[in-house]
Ligand binder design. Structure first.
Ligand code: ZN
Ligand code: ZN
Length: 450
């Protein structure tokens, strides 16, 4: 299985909006939407229904004038209905009660469907997704409002709802389908066929733990409501959090570092390698720049880069870059073949941390082989033996360029050029009997830890 970025988009596009409307109509046609009416505060001055946040009134607990969702004086949380002397926060005019209508999604109808889905695919999920989903199911799935009174967002394509918009919870997760549909259209693929259940489609959903219920409950329920034959998520890759120097990252604390900040200031391979090796799969992890630099210096410069450089620069210095003929050791071949299977399986399961640990092990394995084989001695005493050692080491390097490419694409691409290797593939590659190296360069330069 190969991941490629086919479409990088967001939910602000016209395509997304019109396709969400199309899905909403299908859900309506399939009988999973219904209308509710209830009394709600209305501001005649502003001409709109007010949400709790847009209200002001007397706190039912302390009597002071506060916002409609939580008292800013006594911190009590309450239903806005319990407040007295309610006014519109914007214009301060007293509100009136008016009947308002909304569209509701029959999420409750999917309680059993989601239970079966979690049962079937839960084995492929991370523990946090299994637990979080269980919690939701145990509480019983409630119906949810699809519409709200706003003047921005996706318009509701049904008569009588002209002044309302689709709730973000409903349309944002549908972005997965609108995006997939767009790619299908561009490539002349039938979307319905492509998404068909049990056709061997694997669907990975990668997100933070706070978003789990949207991916394991709400999104699959919407899918079932659109088309019961649609393939639901097969892999839920839900991450724990990354903290910064033992503190939760936040804009207000000023300790937020974005991936693009990191990419602008450090080699992207260093960032990728570090975040994969310490991927927050089972618990929150701590991020520190100092730690990232140490890890990069130790494993990528010292371990991997050094192994490559020791081999290649020796060939350039002593043999003008001409790689001698030799035989790759069978044990090493078997080891490398095994890595394609084991690392591939780990990555497909979303166990990136273990896959990167396997990468570290392979780097150590290769360096150990080199140290024990002592090619610098063989070069003087036994040229045939030197040829075999070199063939074995270059075989490992060529396959590192494949095996490591998902984690460190820049370094492996540079390596590919030096060895004139074909495009990266998830299968073992052998080098020609003898060839001349391309221009070689140091793969990674150590970052000053100070
Ligand atoms: Zn008002
Ligand atoms: Zn109060």
């Amino acid at each position: 299985m190969m991941f490629t970025f086919d479409l990088y988009t967001n939910t602000d596009t016209d395509y997304h909006k019109s396709t969400v409307q199309e899905f909403l109509r299908m859900i309506e046609k399939n009988g999973y939407l219904y209308e509710t009416t209830e009394g709600q505060d209305y501001c005649e001055e502003c001409g709109k229904f007010l949400s709790d946040r847009e209200l002001e009134g007397k706190c039912p607990d302390c009597g002071k004038v506060t916002r409609g969702d939580q008292c800013e004086f006594c911190m009590a949380t309450f239903d806005a209905d319990k407040m007295t002397d309610k006014v519109c926060r914007t214009c301060k005019k007293a509100t009136v009660q008016r009947t308002n209508k909304h569209l509701m999604f029959r999420l409750s109808a999917f309680q059993k469907g989601i239970e079966e889905f979690a049962e079937k695919h839960g084995k492929e999920w991370r523990w946090n997704a299994v637990n979080e989903t269980r919690k939701y199911l145990d509480q019983g799935l409630p119906d949810r409002a699809v519409t709200r009174d706003l003047d921005w967002g996706v318009e509701v394509p049904l008569p009588g709802y002209e002044t309302k918009r689709v709730y973000v919870w409903f349309e944002a997760v549908l972005g997965y389908l609108t995006t997939c549909k767009k790619v299908c259209e561009e490539r002349g693929i039938d979307f319905k066929e492509f998404m068909k259940k049990d056709s061997g489609l694997s669907a990975y959903y990668v997100h933070g733990k706070d978003n789990i219920p949207f991916h394991t409950v709400i999104f699959p329920a919407l899918q079932m409501a659109i088309d019961p034959e649609m393939q639901l998520p097969t892999h839920i890759v839900s991450s724990e959090y990354v903290n910064m120097n033992d503190e939760k990252m936040s804009k207000s604390k000023g300790n937020l570092i974005s991936v693009s900040d990191l990419a602008d200031n450090y080699p992207i391979d260093a960032v990728r390698f570090y975040t994969m090796l310490y991927n927050p799969e089972k618990r929150d992890v701590n991020f520190s720049i100092a730690d990232m630099i140490t890890t990069f210096n130790k494993f990528l410069c010292g371990g991997f880069g050094n192994f490559v450089n020791r081999n290649l620069s020796f060939l350039v210095k002593k043999f003008d870059g001409v790689v001698p003929a030799g035989k790759v050791e069978e044990a090493v071949k078997a080891h490398v073949e095994g890595l394609y299977a084991s690392m591939g399986e780990l990555m497909e399961k979303g166990e990136l941390r273990a896959a990167t640990e396997a990468m570290v092990d392979f780097i150590q394995y290769a360096n150990k082989y080199y140290d024990e084989a002592k090619p610098w001695v063989a070069a003087k005493e036994d040229l045939a033996r030197f040829g075999d050692i070199t063939a074995t080491c270059l075989y490992m390097i060529a396959n590192m360029a494949n095996l490591f490419s998902p984690v460190i694409p820049v370094g492996t691409e540079a390596l590919r050029k030096m060895l004139s290797l074909p495009k990266a593939k998830w299968e073992s590659v052998t080098l020609p009997e003898t060839f001349t190296l391309g221009d070689i360069a140091i793969l990674y330069t150590k970052i000053d830890e100070k």
